[in-house]
Design a protein around this ligand. Sequence first.
Ligand SMILES: C[S@@+](CC[C@H](N)C(=O)[O-])C[C@H]1O[C@@H](n2cnc3c(N)ncnc32)[C@H](O)[C@@H]1O
Length: 338
Amino acid sequence: MSFSSPRDGQTPTPDKILQIATGFMAAKHLLVASELGLFEKLAQGPSNIQQLSERMGISKISTRIIADAMVALGLLEKQNNSLYRNGPEVAAFLSGTSPRDLRPALRLMNNIAYLNWANLEKAIRSRQPSHFGHLDKEQQKIFSEGVEAFTAGAANHLADSYDFRKHKRVLDIGGGTGSFLLPLLRQYNNLEECALFELSDTAQVAKIRLGKEKLGEKVRVIEGDFMKSPIPSGYDLHILANVIHILSPEHVKELLSNIRRSVEPGTRLLLVDFWTDPTHTNPVMAAMYAGEFLVMSGEGDVYSVEDVREWLQDTGWKFVDHKPLTGPQSLVVAEAID
Ligand SMILES: C[S@@+](CC[C@H](N)C(=O)[O-])C[C@H]1O[C@@H](n2cnc3c(N)ncnc32)[C@H](O)[C@@H]1O
């Protein structure tokens, strides 16, 4: 996601403004196309509008509008102005036939995030969470599955980016569906216990999700609130993935202190997040996600590596390293000091 600016001396055009301002149209077309199963249907083979409209159960006119929007955006190909087929990106991530499936992430954006964003102005003005921030049981499932799909790249990468061989007991705080623990269990047989600490509603989704995985029985699900209850002790490695960004700086420091109180010196803490450079504008996707985190929790934001380095120092941790993962997500490694 990048937009070039006119060079010195060139006359500005309105193109960049209009491209950004209409970006929601591209996004919503994509989210609806995925929700209707357009890419799944095309995975069965190239199809014309008549066939697609029958398979999706919508009118031919609507089918043409959504399919042509995808062609215009370069996600579908159209042959002889009649036969549609999946482009390489949607075939790899949205067709339901590949190992990395982003459909749940798009479902989260279509059913929860998009509605929340209607309240961005209110959230920016008053730092109030969107009233869609409180999820019912069905929305909670869509949310947790969507977060898992979105963060799967970073979760899989973490197992390769950090050496877990020296650890035995891992606690994933705000661990969602356990999706960061499963790749570790697949790769490291030295791990004696993996647990995730989660709010009750998410813990229920995690138990069902883990119940479908063979290695899921090795993950203990502990219910609790990391701002109110003590963090379970006895673990030599803690993971905090995509949790800091839902909190204000004050609450981040409270949480880091709370975790520090529960661990021995030398315990490692892995912080996976949308860490930015000192300007908070790079990666670009991180700067965009700042709005998502604010509108969702009313206090979230994206933070820089320098921000977290300072908060770690203030709360009894030593900053050890910063490493890339995938996309806009990266890893900060910290260690508890005496
Ligand atoms: C954005 S999700 C990240 C999930 C997972 N770590 C990942 O990266 O895929 C944030 C998680 O923090 C959990 N969470 C938020 N507030 C919490 C609290 N006070 N105590 C425990 N968990 C909390 C949420 O339930 C949610 O699953």
